[in-house]
Design a protein around this ligand. Structure first.
Ligand code: SF4
Length: 511
């Protein structure tokens, strides 16, 4: 049983309050926590008879951009030393901010800051996302499972294989149906996997009828025990287009084997333009356009994401009337350049493998050189629902309109997000841009993610914000908040812009 599952098991929300236990009301689970213990999610504890958020509130310094350097913790009641964070622009993230529950209460921190003459407000809370999941991009040609095949973690269904992208396989994991719509075990396994993926830990996933993959954000996927190294340079047709000139004069025919589109240089438009001679080659597959073939094989773990280990299996008889002749040379290569072989036709026009010639090494090496490293990318996707929005404004739809109208800038732990068009606030964020360990969970089950809304102060007041709750950064550094946790400074991850001045200037100009 996972650590998370054990915590689900040990928690009893129905237990009676005992004298020394106090109630955490940061989520609907309402744990009663004994002195010196933490609640079911480990994020809150009973310290000296008060509910305390156990992790520090994280404040990013964007001037230093030290890529994660951390200054010492500042304990509750101590003065802020300010070594790092006083050097430039600071951003109070929602990491460690806590959640106010029930929903009508203002968010834990509503921070004001003047930046370049613009008075800004950032509303900061750790959102509880019942509607959330991750989209996983796995850079590989290999067939990991059929589209819609179930993806499992700890034996439970937690998502499915979705439509592949260029050079990558895609998984859609989590979502409210797996979190809360199935068995308890399914919900726990889903929450556990999502939490670990979002916090950049490795997670083993098994696909029904397909591969077992270890996915870790920002790292190479491990497919059936084998680490993937390269993402293909392109489909077989694109590879022909890119490298046709490199092969000209060195070999009579080139076939780039690919599960999607297998390319043949003598027939391909790129070869034709270069004056490539016909070779009488015959590809067993469905011809799409000249020199481009679909379905030369079933998808698999072999050459170019096919099942084949012998590339000659995709060739039919060579036609002497269309150019086939003894001695004709043939290069067969995969889309990553990892597999390659060289053949010459014998007197019966049968290809015979020969030692790989030196003259073709460079072109095969060039394919490999042009392949990017294979990575797993994990995007958290969640919907900031009515309850979360109510902590920002008394009139939640105003926040949605402000976000959609680009007057409010949304971040997750200071990382920029993509907000989907259409209704609601459905956002996506690359978890590698979020400071490590920023995600949590509650046993409902749901994920907890930091979320910050930054806007002009006058816009905030206009949309019905809690004006009387606005505090300065200095006040928050000095006094902390309701959950009594220390504050810590950290260098903002490189590449995360803040404040979103371009956007705020645009909003300013648009007023
Ligand atoms: S699960 Fe966590 S947030 Fe919810 S009541 Fe328990 S300790 Fe508090």
């Amino acid at each position: 049983m996972s650590e998370l599952a054990e915590r689900f098991e040990t928690h009893d929300p129905g237990e009676k309050q005992v004298a020394e236990k106090i109630r955490c009301d940061a989520c609907p689970v309402m744990c009663y926590i004994a002195e010196g213990r933490t609640g079911a999610c480990d994020r809150y504890g009973n310290v000296g008879g008060r509910i305390v958020r156990m992790d520090p509130l994280t404040i990013l310094d964007h001037a230093a951009e030290t890529g994660g350097a951390v200054v010492p913790f500042v304990a509750e009641g101590e003065a802020w030393g300010g070594e790092l964070v006083n050097t430039g622009r600071r951003f109070v993230t929602a990491i460690g901010a806590g959640t106010t529950y029930p929903d009508y209460k203002p968010a834990p921190f509503i921070v004001s800051q003047e930046v370049e003459g613009v008075d800004l407000v950032t509303v900061v809370t750790e959102g509880i996302f019942s509607y959330c999941g991750v989209k996983v991009k796995i850079d590989t040609d290999r067939h990991i499972g059929d589209e819609t095949a179930t993806v499992r973690s700890e034996g439970e269904a937690i998502g499915h294989v979705t439509t592949g992208e260029y050079g990558s396989q895609m998984l859609s994991l989590g979502g409210v149906h797996h979190l809360t719509g199935g068995s308890k075990a399914e919900g726990r396994a889903t929450c556990d996997a999502l939490l670990n993926l979002c916090n950049r830990k490795p997670v083993e996933l098994a696909i029904d009828g397909g591969a077992t993959i270890i996915v870790e954000a920002g790292k190479a996927p491990v497919i059936d025990g084998k680490a993937e190294h390269r993402m293909r340079v392109g489909c077989g047709s694109a590879t022909i287009g890119m490298f046709a000139t490199q092969w000209r004069g060195l070999v009579d025919e080139v076939v780039v084997v690919d599960d999607h589109i297998t390319g043949v240089v003598s027939e391909h438009q790129a070869g034709k333009v270069l004056g490539w001679q016909d070779t009488g080659i015959k590809i067993i597959g469905r011809r799409s356009t000249p020199g481009r073939y679909f379905k030369v094989s079933e998808p698999g773990l072999g050459w170019g994401g096919t099942t084949i280990s012998d590339p000659l299996s995709i060739l039919g008889d060579w036609n002497p009337k269309k150019g086939a002749r003894p001695g004709l040379s043939l290069l067969m290569v995969s889309t990553t350049g990892e597999q390659f072989a060289y053949y010459e036709l014998d007197d019966q026009l049968k290809p015979v493998e020969k030692p790989f010639p030196e003259r073709l090494q460079k072109s095969v090496g060039l394919i490999e050189d042009n392949c990017e490293p294979a990575l797993c990318t994990v995007l958290f996707i969640g919907g900031a629902g009515g309850s979360l929005r109510a902590g920002v404004t008394e009139n939640p739809v105003n926040l949605t309109r402000s976000v959609q109208g680009l007057k409010t800038y949304v971040t997750v732990g200071g990382a920029p997000v993509y907000v989907w068009p259409g209704g609601g606030i459905t956002l996506m964020v690359d978890v590698t841009r979020v400071p490590e360990g920023a995600f949590g969970y509650v046993p409902t089950p749901a994920l907890v993610a930091p979320i910050e809304f930054t806007m002009r102060r006058d816009d905030y007041v206009r949309l019905g914000g809690y004006e009387s709750e606005i505090r300065s950064v200095e006040d928050i550094l000095a006094k902390g908040g309701e959950y009594l946790n220390p504050r810590r400074g950290a260098g903002a991850p490189a590449g995360n812009p803040w404040p979103p001045l371009a956007q705020l200037r645009r909003a300013n100009g648009a007023k």
